[in-house]
Design a protein around this ligand. Structure first.
Ligand code: T3D
Length: 265
């Protein structure tokens, strides 16, 4: 039994939660309602026993065009909007929940991702995108700075030089260019969108979940660690992994020359 949502579709199959942004007529741009619903769906997934992964995608020809600009009507003369309010009350809780999921989060980008929609993509652990998808920084076109963590993810993913070029000149990247420069993991043919969603879900459902999450922890920590600190972290994580059922199963399956049946435990 899952909660009813208005602007997203949420499903849970074989321990893998799927969240589909669902305002295709507005390229799935973020409203307060949609941001709240994504956060609640992630909470729901988080609290699901035996969760193995989360897959995020969009309905229609867009993934997410960032903030719904139609929600930002001009104010009476002389008044200005405090944009930090929406960031702190809407975007921040979503980003925080997304980045602290106890399972891998994979984004399968079905179309254009712009502004905060692009930042949302970059916050996911692994990103696939169909060939026709585009990544549009967008913020510079409306006189804003990259937000929802965009200014943090960009230089880490592609290096400062490329990040500066993308953000200051606001150039659109195709999915192929994004994969080539390391912004995302893989570009797939448009015709393979559903196949990719299914394959990613099946992979997550059968993965040694604890090891993947510990691997993510190690990779994320590496940016701030010295080599020896990282070595110590690896030893600590490996000790924990050595006690898991999945490690036992991996070793047994190897000895028995059969594929492992990981239970995520
Ligand atoms: O305000 C705050 O809280 C601050 C936080 C900001 C966070 C942000 O995300 S700021 C950045 C906001 N996003 C943008 O600036 C992107 C605006 N959109 C575009 O640049 C383009 O639409 C795209 C590059 C995304 C796609 O272009 P294209 O040619 O494929 O589609 P289109 O024809 O421009 O858009 C299709 C429809 O979606 C169109 O409506 P219509 O004419 O068919 O009735 C368009 O107005 C609508 N749409 C696209 N983006 C948005 C949108 N409607 C509302 N908000 C949008 N962001």
């Amino acid at each position: 039994m899952t909660t009813h949502y208005e602007q997203i579709v949420f499903s849970l199959v074989d321990g893998v939660a799927r969240i589909t942004l669902n305002r295709p007529e507005r390229l799935n741009s973020f409203t307060d309602v949609m941001r709240g619903e994504i956060t609640r769906a992630l909470d729901e997934a988080h609290d699901t026993p035996g969760l193995r992964g989360v897959v995020i995608t969009g309905a229609g020809r867009g993934f997410c065009a960032g903030q719904d600009l139609a929600d930002r009507k001009p104010l009476p003369a002389g008044q200005r909007r405090d944009l930090s309010e929406g960031l702190m009350t809407g975007y921040r809780p979503l980003l925080e929940r997304l980045r602290s999921m106890p399972v891998p989060v994979v984004c399968v980008v079905n179309g254009v991702a712009a502004g905060a929609g692009m930042s949302f993509v970059l916050a996911c652990d692994v990103v696939f995108a169909v060939e026709s998808a585009k990544f549009v920084p967008a913020f510079n076109k409306i006189g804003l700075v990259p937000d929802m963590g965009g200014s943090w993810f960009l230089p880490r993913l592609v290096g400062e030089g490329r990040a500066m070029g993308m953000a200051l000149f606001g150039e659109t990247l195709t999915a192929r260019q994004a994969a080539d420069c390391g912004l995302i993991w893989r570009c797939v043919p448009d015709a393979d969108l559903d196949k990719t969603l299914d394959e990613v879900s099946a992979t997550l459902a059968q993965a040694p979940t604890k090891a993947l999450v510990a691997t993510r922890q190690a990779l994320r920590a590496s940016a701030d660690n010295t080599l020896m600190q990282q070595f110590d972290l690896e030893a600590e994580l490996q000790r924990a992994m050595g006690y898991t059922e999945d490690y036992l199963e991996g070793m047994t399956a190897f000895a028995e020359k059969r594929p492992p049946r990981f239970m995520g435990e």
